[in-house]
Design a protein around this ligand. Structure first.
Ligand SMILES: *Cc1c(COP(=O)(O)O)cnc(C)c1O
Length: 222
């Protein structure tokens, strides 16, 4: 069965360079919509809420996709997030990192995470301030049940992708700095940035993972 979602996923994947992975940002989408996206070839589903992730995974099965947490994670949801997700993209404090480390150790696993950067230094936004990124990476390197695999950023919320470019560039510079420092225990492999309106610019600026909702699923209705 081919649906518009399946076609849009397939078309989007065809435009992405080989080194860029696609995350289907599936907040508020139904299991059927997610299934249609998977049929188009996307392998990674991004969830904003643990509860929504649990419901989707319950319906579709853990093995149907790689599941990423891309929404802000509350510390009291960490245990469930670890159980459900393959990557937590939104670690933005040592307190959260320490909680993930503790819970992951209890589960006998090492949890892959990205550090979320508040690249535009917006007070209302989650994320580590740019100046604090390298210090926090050094601190997280000491947590044995966490493996930092890269950085993630949202950038300012605007449909004007050019207005976001400087923040993508700044995040890429921090990523490169961390690569060059070769901090033991930190593996800089993924730079997650770019959404439906901004992915082309993000890829020009070095993104290796784009998170898209609207382009794949259509405008959100709830
Ligand atoms: C919703 C969301 C996206 C995708 O946004 P679109 O503009 O619909 O592509 C990407 N990342 C995060 C964290 C989101 O919450």
């Amino acid at each position: 069965m081919t649906t518009p979602i399946t076609d849009r996923v397939r078309d989007t994947l065809a435009t992405l360079p080989d080194h860029v992975r696609l995350v289907a940002a599936a907040k508020t989408r139904s299991p059927d919509e997610i299934r249609a996206a998977l049929a188009g070839g996307v392998r990674i589903i991004g969830m904003n809420y643990v509860k929504e992730a649990a419901a989707a995974i319950d319906q579709l099965g853990r093995e149907t996709a790689e599941w990423h947490m891309i929404g802000h994670l509350q510390r009291n949801k960490v245990r469930e997030a670890i159980r459900l997700c393959d990557l937590i993209q939104t670690v933005d404090s040592m307190r959260l990192a320490e909680r993930i480390d503790t819970e992951a150790r209890n589960c006998g696993l090492v949890m892959p995470v990205l550090v979320e950067v508040n690249s535009a230094q917006e007070p209302q936004k989650a994320g580590v301030a740019p100046d604090d990124v390298i210090p926090i990476l050094r601190e997280m390197a000491g947590l044995r049940a966490i493996r930092v695999e890269g950085l993630m950023t949202m950038g300012p919320l605007t449909p004007d992708a050019e207005a976001i470019r400087p923040y993508f560039r700044l995040t890429k510079a921090l990523f490169d700095e961390a690569v060059n420092l070769a901090i033991e225990g930190v593996r800089m492999a993924t730079l997650s940035m770019g959404m439906s309106d901004s992915y082309a610019v993000a890829i020009e600026e070095g993104s290796t993972m784009v998170r898209m909702g609207t382009i794949l699923f259509g405008p959100r209705t709830r």
